[in-house]
Ligand binder design. Structure first.
Ligand code: URA
Length: 211
């Protein structure tokens, strides 16, 4: 289907929380808490092969060489606004990460992505970027965000979402086959409004209670 790499995170804890997030009866406060929790769990998978360096430390009993990741090398890049829902959980696991923001909205007629904000930390060429957006739907926002991010030449880019679908993944990886996608589910497809089905609805509205 796609040339790029897709990591399907099917850990039972992630799948359990995803089911609760999908339920339409889940409240705004529960949705926010569940998204925090699921994004922290997904961060384990995302950071699995991150480079480490060795430092010398003292335990109460001895000196030893032990390993650390350099959290400051990470840049978490939420796509506004739903991507903010992934930020607290990811930062709880990688507190040293820097944060850049990309503001995009979806034109309701064309479903195309329109940029209104872009701010990254300095030193992007030495950073590993993780783009955050709960829904990779048509792929238009994801493609536009990564197009823009690549202008800053980060050392690597990963894309993390909660849900995606074959069309969105295909579109994304046609443009960015070098960017691996991490997701908790690949749903059936898109409806005529560009929403993922069965999905969970509008992630931004469910997160911020704006409907
Ligand atoms: N954005 C959402 O919030 N939900 C979808 O299903 C698709 C795009």
């Amino acid at each position: 289907m796609t040339a790029g790499t897709v990591h399907l995170i099917d850990h039972p804890l992630v799948q359990h929380k995803l089911t609760l997030l999908r339920k339409k009866a889940t409240s705004v406060s529960s949705f926010t808490r569940l998204l925090d929790e699921v994004s922290a769990l997904m961060a384990y998978e995302l950071t699995r092969d991150m480079p480490m360096h060795t430092v010398e430390i003292e335990t109460p009993l001895a000196t030893m060489a032990s390993r650390l990741i350099d959290g400051k090398k990470f840049v978490l890049v939420p796509i506004l606004r739903a991507g903010l829902g992934f930020l607290t959980g990811m930062r709880s696991v990688v507190p040293g990460a820097r944060v850049g923001h990309i503001g995009l909205y979806r034109d309701p007629k064309t479903l195309g992505a329109v940029e209104y904000y872009f701010k990254m930390p300095s030193g992007m060429r030495e950073r590993d970027a993780i783009v955050l957006d709960p829904m990779l739907a048509t792929g238009n926002s994801a493609i536009a965000a990564v197009d823009r991010l690549k202008q800053c030449r980060p050392r690597s880019i990963r894309y993390v979402c909660l849900l995606t679908c074959p069309e969105g993944l295909g579109n994304f990886h046609r443009q960015h086959p070098d960017v691996p996608v991490y997701t908790a589910a690949i749903d059936d497809g898109l409806n005529e409004h560009g929403y993922i089905v069965p999905g969970l609805g509008d992630a931004g509205d469910r997160l911020f209670g704006t409907r």
